[in-house]
Design a protein around this ligand. Sequence first.
Ligand SMILES: Nc1nc2c(ncn2[C@@H]2O[C@H](COP(=O)(O)OP(=O)(O)OP(=O)(O)O)[C@@H](O)[C@H]2O)c(=O)[nH]1
Length: 397
Amino acid sequence: MPSGSDIRLPWHLRLPGPLERDFTDFFRDSVARVAPWAALNVVVLLSLALALEFSMSPEVAASTWRPRLLCLMLAVATALVARHGEWRRWLHGLSMALALAVALTGDWMALTVDHPLAFSLFLQTPLAILLMSVLLRVPFYWAVAGSVVMIGALAASLYQGGRTGEDLAMVLLLLSLSSASMSLFGQYIYERLLRQHFLSENVLFQHRDELHSANRVLESQATVDGLTGCLNRRGMESRLDELLHGFSRGGGKERVSVLLFDIDFFKQYNDTYGHLAGDECLKAVASIPRSLTQGDKDFVARYGGEEFMVVLANTSLKDALVVAERMRTRIEQLGLPHSGSRVSQVVTISVGVTCAGEHAADANTLIKCADEALYQAKGAGRNQVAYMNDQGRVLAL
Ligand SMILES: Nc1nc2c(ncn2[C@@H]2O[C@H](COP(=O)(O)OP(=O)(O)OP(=O)(O)O)[C@@H](O)[C@H]2O)c(=O)[nH]1
């Protein structure tokens, strides 16, 4: 069975249409679990930076508190969005906005703050790149675009602003470029592994689903009669055993009745109308007991060629005889012509009834008793119901 790991991801990482959409949700949800902690980390660092700036000089803090507050608000918003399912689709956008705000406000503060160490605020660009890729984990292509914007803005600020010498500008740029290349490489590998994992899970899940439905089809094919849609003999045996097992566990207080019936002179029906018409007759006859059984545990099974079994749970012999007689008359009322029958002009059945609560609790004995009653119904002239009473005597209804 394919596992998903044998499907190779393309270098550009994109998955085919709907899978890509599903992956985006999966990726966002997995990031959302850690995003609040990442945002908290940013909140702590920004607060420390502001406290440090205030302790260094209140004038410095006077020009930095606004950009710091903007970043703090974005960090809090990112944490909130990550925690609410319906807002989550904004998560990557807000993460990007936070990282860009950190980088760009750093550039702006480095250009405007009047302090000998102000150039160090340019370092917010490499830090923002790390924040975006390593902590907040925006998708790889977003991270590439974000890094380009941040490094471009840094280069413009360094060379146009004239606050640093050429050497320091070069060092700061190189530092930002190296942090971008390392974190983007890490991000690429991380996203590749995540996509491969998603693919494996997804493909396995689909195969598991297909296997389950194939099993269900096979199971029903193995227990259902293809012609009439009733249970076949195998299905009947397992359902009857299950029912009698529950019955004996319940201390035998419930009753299970078995009705075994057979179409009268069916051989002649086939001989007169042909085998295909015989099949149609079987289908029509089977539909009657199926319409009469209503309980969850009741069922109809095709026991043999033209022999059917109806099992009624929680039904006494008296009630089962009412159902058997109703079934016999309904089938007669179908009015299927049967010129080969020696008992009627239409298709009729003979029924043998027994009840587990009266004398037998195992499937074989129960079927044997119903069969004896059916034999009696046939012997007594067909088109009638016979039953075995609790003394084991077979009587006609
Ligand atoms: N058309 C059709 N006939 C079937 C099928 N299965 C069994 N039969 C036929 O059912 C007939 C059963 O005949 P018998 O067992 O002699 O019973 P009968 O003719 O109904 O006579 P009694 O039961 O004594 O009334 C046979 O001719 C089988 O060929 C089936 O799936 N389709």
